[in-house]
Design a protein around this ligand. Structure first.
Ligand SMILES: Cc1ncc(COP(=O)(O)O)c(C=O)c1O
Length: 399
């Protein structure tokens, strides 16, 4: 571990606030650190490892594909990409039916913005306070946290406006003839596990229809079954015009996409967009395998059931501790807001010592995003550890 710390500080950009641990392998919900200590993973690579680690079928399919063809450029037809798009058309909401593949969430968001600008021939995009859409220029410009944006201001396009999340009156005042798109996370992840209200999301849909703007749902963190629906917007029967997907899609193999209604995607013509790695055979086979396993194992419904169990358990913990302000979330995307940033940071470190990986976001929200294969017994163990840690910290007067 010492050696890794030294190499990290000497050779890596120091942009991440890392927990003091490094892992050498994983299996299901379990991880083992460099010294062989076992942990339970309740963050899943931040909503990535939906099947847990080293899922045998995913490993087999990806290994087989590696032996056949890892990469081929988008200058030729790619069978695996076309097949994956068909599969996604079957699980994405409403008439979302055509896809452009990329390798990360931010790229998916950039793609969604390009589609929106080209389709509507307008130039404004409305985003939400508390949003997070990524670190590339367009995605960053749509990201709320001023400290993320400020140092890079010269790079950021000035087409974005923000309104408070869940404030329909504010949105109504801003969406106008120049609005190309409204972008919203149905559950804000980095923003502190904040769930959209049905009234707001449905209201945005109506306003977009009325005023000719596109509704873009960023499902990069809350999609792929995590909330108990394939995509979180389905909880409110809202059909977006454009959707962004990444993180869980490849189960850890980097792949993302923007999906759109066919007539919307068709606004992009030859040469309008491209991505060297986007939708290569390896990544597409991984994603096809993830979707197939999720369907066969019923992991979406399972996320709803396990999420309800987990939430109840967190609420019981909350009742016993004054430092807990609120428990919120949907399915297996859950947050526990505590009284201070210091307490949140310490809690993450203390549960880590007990063998559980969680994280905190939006300063003081403990975030839980376990693999969708998590079992009750794993949840019970985390809850016991969390309860002990909060008890001890309250006793020590941290809060
Ligand atoms: C909602 C949302 N959009 C976009 C992104 C950016 O994804 P990536 O880090 O893969 O670029 C994230 C990452 O956390 C996210 O949560």
């Amino acid at each position: 571990m010492e050696k890794v710390l030294k190499l990290d500080s000497e050779y890596l950009a120091q942009t991440y606030k890392r927990l003091p641990v490094a892992f050498s392998r994983g299996r299901g919900i379990f991880l083992w650190d460099l010294g062989g200590k076992k942990y339970l993973d309740f963050i899943a690579g931040v909503s990535v490892s939906v099947l847990g680690h080293a899922h045998p079928e995913l490993v087999r399919e990806v290994s087989n594909q590696m032996k056949k063809l890892i990469h081929i450029p988008n200058t030729v037809y790619i069978r695996e990409q076309a097949e994956l798009a068909k599969l996604l058309a079957g699980i994405t909401p409403g008439r979302i039916g055509k896809f452009f593949f990329v390798s990360s969430g931010a790229e998916a968001v950039e793609t969604a913005f390009k589609i929106s600008i080209k389709h509507t021939r307008r130039r404004k995009i409305l985003a939400m306070e508390g949003s997070f859409h990524g670190r590339t220029a367009g995605a960053l410009a749509a990201t709320w946290k001023p400290s993320y944006r400020r140092p890079f201001k010269p790079l950021l396009p000035r087409v974005f406006e923000f309104v408070p999340f869940n404030d329909l009156d504010a949105a109504e005042r801003v969406i106008g003839e120049g609005t190309a798109a409204v972008v919203v996370e149905p559950v804000q992840g980095e923003g502190g596990i904040r769930v959209v209200s049905g009234e707001f999301l449905r209201g945005l849909r109506e306003l977009c229809d009325e005023r000719g703007a596109l509704l873009v749902c960023d499902e990069i963190q809350c999609g792929m079954g995590r909330t108990g629906r394939w995509f979180a917007c389905e909880h409110w029967d809202v059909e977006p015009d454009v959707i962004t997907v990444a993180k869980g899609l490849g189960g850890g193999v980097p792949i993302g996409c923007a999906g759109a209604k066919p007539e919307v995607m068709d606004s992009l013509g030859t040469g309008d967009h491209g991505a060297t790695f986007g939708g290569n055979p390896l990544a597409c086979v991984a994603a096809k395998t993830v979707v197939r396993i999720m369907k066969r194992k019923g992991l979406v419904r399972r996320a709803e059931r396990m999420g309800a169990y987990f939430r109840r358990a967190l609420e019981e913990v909350a009742e016993d501790h004054d430092c807990v302000r609120e428990v919120r979330g949907l399915g297996l995307m859950l947050g526990m807001e505590v009284s201070s940033e210091k307490l949140a940071e310490r809690a993450v470190l203390e549960v880590l010592k007990k063998g559980f990986l969680i994280n905190s976001t939006a300063e003081r929200v403990l975030r839980f995003l376990p693999p969708l294969v998590v079992e009750r017994i794993h949840i019970d163990r985390l809850i016991e550890a969390l309860d002990e840690v909060l008890k001890r910290m309250e006793h020590e007067g941290i809060g």
